[in-house]
Write a protein that binds this ligand. Structure first.
Ligand code: AG3
Length: 276
């Protein structure tokens, strides 16, 4: 019998993958977690029915959420990742030569465990000497620390369930405080096609606090609509300008693509202009 797993990306569209194996299904204290094997994308991690990452296309998201900021900050020594319990973002951060410490703050220990059990190419980051993994609430963590990070990356789920607050103004304010005077924030800001309201919410929330706010795009086959946005809030440096040209071993990110990613289709420029 064929088994298909569907993420309902909106109430009107589903994204289905043929599944060859169910590896884990559990309700954690925070969310529903599943790991399946798929014919097209290899192993896939889902949280609350939403695709978080797959073996075959994880590199796009993880390179793009990490390297744009790391390459545009002159000294990205201390990097904080909120969420990102699978370790993919941490892996990209700690392999950057200018980074000295990568701290991951994940609320759900079961996500870290699922990665350790099924995604060795992501979980390898946990063992890196530059890495520190904390099982804590990231919202609380940023309230309790001040002025100590060069970059903060919010590798969250969509704004449903435990991640709702990670898209709020008060959270962005606390991130502003946890960053040093020349720090940068990067968030995943959803799909311009299917969730323009989320793109706007993230962009406006960040633009209301940070002196410089820019949005960039990447093509991610397993995420809703395939076109995904990231938003950077910066206190000082222009995220479009490269201070480092590190793209060794990358499969999506290149130094030229870094600049290209900020060139937006008209419909995306309109989404962020309208909200202002
Ligand atoms: N973080 C972003 C997931 C967003 C995908 N949304 C969806 N499928 N509806 C994923 C964690 C990767 N480290």
């Amino acid at each position: 019998m064929e088994l298909w797993v569907t993420e309902y990306q909106t109430p009107a569209i589903g994204f289905s993958c043929k599944s060859t194996e169910t590896l884990r299904v559990e309700q954690t204290p925070f969310q529903h977690l599943s790991v399946i094997n798929t014919e097209q994308f290899g192993k896939m991690l889902l949280l609350d029915g939403m695709v978080m990452t797959t073996e075959k296309d994880e590199f796009v998201y993880h390179e793009m959420i990490s390297l744009v900021a790391c390459n545009s900050h002159p000294q990205p020594e201390n990097v904080l990742i909120i969420g990102g319990g699978d370790g993919g973002t941490l892996r990209e951060v700690v392999r950057h030569p200018a980074v000295k410490n990568g701290t991951l703050v994940e609320i759900d220990e079961r996500v870290v465990q699922a990665s350790r059990d099924f995604f060795p190419s992501l979980a390898c980051a946990f063992e890196d000497t530059k890495s520190q993994v904390l099982i804590e609430d990231g919202i609380k963590y940023v309230k309790e620390h001040k002025n100590c990070y060069d970059i903060v990356i919010v590798d969250s789920t969509d704004p449903v369930g435990p991640a709702v607050e990670l898209f709020s103004k008060s959270f962005y304010e606390n991130v502003f405080e946890v960053l040093k005077d020349d720090g940068m924030l990067v968030v995943q800001s959803d799909s311009p096609y299917y969730h323009p309201n989320v793109v706007q919410m993230a962009y406006n929330g960040i633009a209301g606090i940070f002196p410089l706010t820019k949005l960039y795009l990447a093509n991610i086959p397993t995420y809703p609509s395939g076109l995904w946005s990231f938003t950077i809030g910066s206190k000082k440096y222009d995220p479009e300008k490269l201070m480092h040209e590190y793209d060794d071993g990358c499969r999506y990110y290149t130094r030229n693509l870094h600049r290209a990613a900020f060139n937006l289709p008209a419909l995306v420029s309109k989404i962020i202009a309208n909200g202002e």
